[in-house]
Design a protein around this ligand. Structure first.
Ligand SMILES: NC(=O)C1=CN([C@@H]2O[C@H](COP(=O)(O)OP(=O)(O)OC[C@H]3O[C@@H](n4cnc5c(N)ncnc54)[C@H](O)[C@@H]3O)[C@@H](O)[C@H]2O)C=CC1
Ligand SMILES: O=C(O)[C@@H]1CCC=N1
Length: 254
């Protein structure tokens, strides 16, 4: 099966790296020089410059441009795709249906870890292609189908934007270690190992149980946790998800 990615940005490249293991991948973009650079990085892909009347008839398209570019790119597409997968944050199935012709529509919310085939991806849309959507997006990591777009917009906040939130935590932990006197290289290495080990533990344990197992009475962890609570970090994480979700909904209304 051939997959046609429209857009040649960061996420298109991240998806292509995983999808190429199983599928033929074509990337259509507006800048041939950028496309040639992408081909140098992922030689197995086909590249094609976006035409003014780009024929998508019968193709399985993964739409990877920015949400604001939907209208201008859609106007250049001709014919009816077989499946239109869209990774555009906030952009509703209704809006896609109005602007791009396709037999089936699926919204997809991957994340940056697609570049290492470890995305936590959420899918929703036409149930006729649910199984196929799963099969395709499992090549970039874990894929979960939800029944509503509301759930996908929440998933956008927690799994799409989530890596950036974790980056702030990772950077801050390393900064703290550097502030205390550890060198940057060792601090970063320890934080990387910390996330790797924690991800493994999280597969089978609730975070509260892991926390309790680390936190000794009167110990170092308890001292640190008390400081974190002073800064209302948990409350602000909840607010961050709320804000990111609200933004996805707002993008959808434009
Ligand atoms: N970056 C991330 O972690 C995630 C991004 N997304 C979604 O993925 C989509 C792409 O995001 P990125 O790859 O991060 O952005 P990017 O800026 O790296 O790529 C955007 C692509 O759209 C193309 N484009 C923009 N305007 C265009 C136009 N008028 N005509 C033709 N092509 C046009 C650009 O040339 C570029 O290839 C967005 O809709 C975003 O919501 C979804 C999940 C995670
Ligand atoms: O920030 C954004 O809009 C995109 C969508 C999910 C992750 N990045």
């Amino acid at each position: 099966m051939k997959l046609t990615l429209i857009g040649n940005g960061f996420m298109a490249q991240a998806l292509a790296k995983g999808l190429i293991k199983k599928f033929e991948v074509e990337i259509i973009g507006r800048d041939i020089n950028k496309l040639k650079k992408v081909k140098e990085l992922i030689p197995a892909i086909e590249i094609k410059e976006l035409e003014d009347a780009e024929d998508i008839n019968g193709k399985n398209v993964i739409f990877c441009v920015k949400p604001y570019a939907l209208q201008s790119v859609a106007a250049r597409l001709e014919g009816e795709a077989n499946i239109l997968f869209s990774i555009l944050a906030g952009t509703s199935l209704e809006s896609l249906r109005k602007q791009i012709k396709s037999k089936y529509y699926v919204r997809v919310m991957p994340n940056v870890a697609a570049s290492v085939s470890k995305s936590a991806t959420t899918l929703t849309g036409d149930k006729e292609v649910k199984k196929l959507a799963h099969e395709i997006f499992e090549y970039i990591g874990k894929a979960v189908w939800v029944d509503t777009e509301k759930e996908l917009d929440i998933a956008t906040a927690v799994a799409g934007s989530g890596p950036a939130f974790l980056c702030l935590i990772a950077e801050a932990l390393s900064d703290g270690a550097v502030k205390a006197g550890l060198n940057r290289k060792i601090s970063n290495e320890l934080v990387q190992g910390l996330f790797e080990g924690y991800a493994k533990l999280l597969e089978n344990n609730h975070p509260a149980i892991i926390k309790d197992s680390v936190m000794s009475p009167g110990g170092t962890t308890a001292a640190g946790v008390a400081k974190i609570e002073e800064g209302a970090v948990r409350s602000h994480m909840i607010k961050a998800i709320e804000a990111a979700h609200n933004k996805a909904v707002e993008i959808g209304k434009k």
